[in-house]
Design a protein around this ligand. Structure first.
Ligand SMILES: NC(=O)c1ccc[n+]([C@@H]2O[C@H](COP(=O)([O-])OP(=O)(O)OC[C@H]3O[C@@H](n4cnc5c(N)ncnc54)[C@H](OP(=O)(O)O)[C@@H]3O)[C@@H](O)[C@H]2O)c1
Length: 283
């Protein structure tokens, strides 16, 4: 079938982030034109400034939509609704949204896209493995102690951001993904202690997992100079999703790509090889 968007640019919102960066790399490797949508890009795209949206959409054929800081926060669904509607009105119906599992706010964000008239695909993701080497867990892992408000026996099917990017790129470049919701997870349920143990094994050094209460975790973040707004956002999201609702596998990677998702142990080995956890490389 004809790929009508082939000659047009894909706008990758959050194109420097954990999934966006990988999607930009994959699209460019396929010879696609890409525009990064972030506040410091040219033209800029800022979720908090609607005046930046029309220029970012100019000449675009499809969009990867990732909200910042989190699709579950108040106001996110309204922003996604406004953006998706504008994109459709400007002739850009093809939109692929990154969402999160088990979050009521994220569900509203998904509905906002579905009701906008867009040719939508939703990638509803588990907790990303890359939170350990590209995000808020980097420093705790380096320090040898990861505290988090997940009980000792709570499991999560951590997903590799490379798999999310592969699914999003398939949706953006191939037929057959419009109107599909892919709930994507890794292939294995791990406790947070299991995940930290895999990282310790790969990094070749002891790292402890310490279950914390939500209050202890918030205090720890504040002590570590994490901005209060970000602490509020993180603890808000974690209050909702760390009750066991996400402790099951989903088959979105298999359905979208016809292959199994990558295992956490492979992720940990590759991340450890970069030196990120021994303090010798930047996060
Ligand atoms: N992390 C997870 O485990 C997980 C799981 C499921 C779903 N999600 C969803 O993924 C989305 C992004 O999370 P993430 O942690 O993956 O992102 P991330 O890696 O932290 O990347 C954030 C991106 O957003 C850009 N950005 C910052 N401020 C912005 C603004 N005001 N307007 C537009 N873009 C802005 C950043 O640009 P600069 O580089 O210029 O700062 C960067 O490209 C959220 O909506 C979240 O709900 C995350």
């Amino acid at each position: 079938m004809t790929d009508h968007t082939y000659e047009q640019t894909t706008l990758v919102l959050g194109g420097t982030g954990k999934t966006g960066r990988r999607i930009v790399e994959r699209l460019e490797a396929r010879g696609r034109r890409v525009r990064v949508g972030t506040p410091s890009a040219t033209p800029p795209f800022d979720w908090t400034d609607e005046a930046t949206w029309p220029a970012a959409l100019d000449g675009v054929g499809s969009v990867y939509v990732t909200y910042y800081p989190d699709l579950a926060i108040p106001g996110a669904a309204e922003a996604v609704a406004a953006f998706a509607t504008l994109a459709v009105a400007r002739g850009v119906p093809r939109q692929v949204l990154l969402s999160g599992r088990g979050e009521e706010g994220a569900r509203r964000g998904e509905q906002a896209l579905q009701q906008s008239g867009a040719d939508w695909t939703i990638v509803r993701s588990a907790f990303m493995a890359q939170n350990f080497n590209e995000s808020f867990f980097v420093e705790p892992v380096r320090a040898g102690e990861v505290a988090f408000p997940a009980d000792q026996d709570l499991t999560e099917p951590f997903i590799d951001a490379d798999d999310i990017a592969d699914v999003a790129v398939a949706a953006l470049t191939e037929d057959g993904h419009v109107g599909r919701l892919y709930e994507v997870t890794g292939p294995r349920l791990l406790t947070w202690a299991d995940a930290v143990a895999e990282i310790a094994r790969a990094a070749g050094r002891p790292i402890r997992y310490v279950p914390a209460s939500l209050e202890e975790y918030a205090s720890l973040l504040i002590e570590n100079q994490v901005p209060a707004d970000y602490v509020k956002m993180l603890t808000g999201v974690f209050t909702e999703v760390l009750d066991g609702r996400n402790a099951h596998l989903s088959d979105g990677v298999q359905r979208a790509l016809g292959r199994a998702p990558r295992d956490f142990a492979d992720y940990a080995r590759a991340a450890a090889a970069t030196g990120v956890w021994n303090g010798s490389a930047a996060a």
